[in-house]
Design a protein around this ligand. Structure first.
Ligand code: 2BA
Length: 107
């Protein structure tokens, strides 16, 4: 068994969750915050059989879009002079980790 941990944009989270549920996967959704943008995203936990991991990732990919986000950044020129400018970063579609599950119990 594997645990698929997927970090998705919160705007894609409902579509991803619906697609996974429709596909027969069990999903737990956690509201999380990215450390770089400090913006809300969603982390999905999906415990599944090894042979279903690829299907799970394909469903996540099919509903997760890449987006451009603009964040404020600063440059320092020494002698106390600093300028602020917008920095564009590409976020997503989804960041996915697959880990082995040593033991799974439903009690
Ligand atoms: P954030 O940490 O808010 O990062 C948002 C986006 O900012 C990232 O998109 C990436 O394009 C950029 N970014 C992140 N850290 C950066 C840095 N140190 N310097 C320059 N740009 C940086 P994604 O890579 O698509 O990541 C989306 C979200 O997925 C992240 O939100 C974070 O919550 C999570 N994530 C991504 N990689 C991770 C990892 N290796 N471990 C844990 N969480 C991760």
């Amino acid at each position: 068994m594997k645990m698929v941990t997927a970090i998705v944009n919160k705007e894609d989270a409902n579509a991803v969750t619906h697609a996974l549920t429709k596909g027969g996967f069990s999903v737990t959704k956690l509201a999380t915050t990215g450390g770089f943008l400090m913006a809300g995203n969603m982390t999905l936990l999906i415990g599944t059989d090894d042979e279903k991991v690829d299907a799970c990732i394909e469903l996540i990919a099919s509903c997760s879009k890449q987006r451009k986000e603009v964040v404020p950044s600063t440059s320092s020129y020494g002698v106390g002079v600093t300028t602020a400018y917008p920095l564009e970063v590409t976020v997503g579609g989804a960041t996915v980790f697959v880990t082995n599950v040593e033991r799974f119990e439903k009690l």
